[in-house]
Structures are given as structure tokens and as C-alpha cells.
Ligand binder design. Structure first.
Ligand SMILES: C[S@@+](CC[C@H](N)C(=O)[O-])C[C@H]1O[C@@H](n2cnc3c(N)ncnc32)[C@H](O)[C@@H]1O
Length: 215
């Protein structure tokens, strides 16, 4: 997607993707997938999942395009911040969080080289197909060789709705992450009954997939 698309969404506060509580699947699978080390949250928005991770003792690194999102995240927690340029991005630090504000595709940081865990909720599925390949390629470039990912996807008939969120099937996850040592599907369930607004937009079904990916 164009940067303008997301910056406008934040400007106009059209952030239906933002949840008012930590994601239940993060709570369910965190201990199974992560050790006590830091966690990288790409395309993080101002997600409360970061707060949950910090409360569980993790240092949290994020990257987010929108300055509005980053400023709101720290402001809503009443956290004092300091910021400094980090290549093309701006690194904001406060509490247990370090959020790089700018384009994920320009991110590289020594801090990430020490981070072996990635939490992806609504990041991969926020991107159109050609960008999803670049997203995984970039992740493989900026993370250490033995990283792992807890990934939450949505899947539906793409011709029934234009994204975002985009449909990402299990087959595509396996293709995108073909360089990984292990890809385990933890869960794949229909959630259309809990998401009536998607039915109103024309979807006949909507599945949520959860994967553990180990390099
Ligand atoms: C669907 S939202 C999900 C946010 C968050 N993961 C959550 O669960 O609430 C996608 C986010 O990615 C951000 N984004 C989109 N393209 C980006 C890019 N190239 N670099 C960094 N952030 C980006 C958007 O501003 C938006 O906040």
C-alpha cells in the first residue's frame, strides 16, 4: 500500500484494526513460542499487544510508519520518551519500548540483531501480495539467522473483498517462509460469526490462521 493510505488512516483515526485488549492468540501462544528475550513487532501501530509483551517482561521493539501512532502509543501510557535518528527512521525510546518510526523496508538496526523473536499480527496481511514477498525477504535480512515468528493471519476468498486486510492462505505462508526450518500451523479456525462486519462486506467465510515459524 502507499504510505499515504496508512498515514491518512491514522490522521482520520480510521483505525478499526486497533484492538482494545491484547490479542487472545498472543496470550494463548506466547509461552509456547517465545522465550524471555526481546520481541520485534513489525508494523506495530499502537497495539496493546506490545503492552502485554512488556508486562510479561519482554523488551519490545517496533516499527511503524505513522508518527501519530507512535506519539499516541507513548502518550497513552504517560511514558517519557527520547528520540534519535536511526538511518532513515526515528528511534523513539520510552519504558521497555523502542519504536522505529518510518518505513519498515528501510529499517535495519543493531538492536534487531540481538532480537530473535517476531510477533506479527496484522502486519503481513496489511500488505498486498508483491509486498508480502519483500516483507519476508527484508525480515530475513534484518533478523539474526535463528529467529522465530508467531504469525496471525486472515484467510478468505480474495475476490469477495479487496484488502487490506488481505487474504493469506497456509500455502502462501509456507511459500513465503520456505527458508525457515519449521513452519507449524497452531490453529486455523472460522471466525466469521464473531466478525459480522466482514460478512456485511460480502465474505462467505473468514478464517484466522496462527503459525509458529522457526529459522
Ligand atoms: C493493519 S495495521 C496493524 C497495526 C498493529 N499490528 C495492530 O495489530 O494493531 C498496519 C500498520 O502498519 C503500518 N504500516 C504500513 N506500511 C508500513 C511500512 N511500510 N512501514 C512501517 N509501518 C507500516 C500502518 O501505519 C498501520 O499502523
Amino acid at each position: 500500500m502507499e504510505h499515504e493510505f496508512w498515514l491518512n488512516k491514522w490522521q482520520q483515526q480510521q483505525i478499526g484494526f486497533h484492538l482494545s485488549a491484547p490479542h487472545p492468540l498472543l496470550q494463548r501462544y506466547k509461552d509456547e513460542c517465545f522465550d524471555s528475550g526481546p520481541v520485534f513487532v513489525p508494523l506495530c501501530g499502537k497495539s496493546l499487544d506490545m503492552v502485554f509483551l512488556a508486562e510479561q517482561g519482554h523488551k519490545v521493539l517496533g516499527v511503524e510508519l505513522s508518527e501519530t501512532a507512535v506519539v499516541s502509543f507513548f502518550k497513552e501510557r504517560d511514558l517519557a520518551t527520547e528520540k534519535e535518528p536511526a538511518n532513515d527512521l526515528m528511534a523513539w525510546r520510552g519504558g521497555d519500548y523502542e519504536i522505529f518510526q518510518g518505513d519498515y523496508f528501510h529499517l535495519s538496526s543493531p538492536a534487531l540483531e540481538q532480537t530473535r523473536q517476531v510477533y506479527d499480527r496484522a502486519a503481513l496481511i496489511a500488505l498486498p501480495k508483491p509486498m508480502r514477498e519483500s516483507y519476508v525477504e527484508h525480515l530475513e535480512k534484518i533478523m539474526p539467522p535463528d529467529f522465530r515468528v508467531l504469525l496471525i493471519t486472515l484467510d478468505y476468498h480474495q475476490d469477495e473483498m479487496s484488502g487490506p486486510p488481505f487474504a493469506v492462505s497456509e500455502q502462501e505462508v509456507r511459500h513465503l517462509y520456505q527458508n525457515a526450518r519449521e513452519i507449524k500451523q497452531l490453529r486455523y479456525t472460522s471466525i466469521i460469526d464473531q466478525e459480522p462486519s466482514f460478512r456485511e462486506q460480502g465474505l462467505t467465510d473468514l478464517f484466522q490462521g496462527t503459525y509458529f515459524i522457526q529459522y
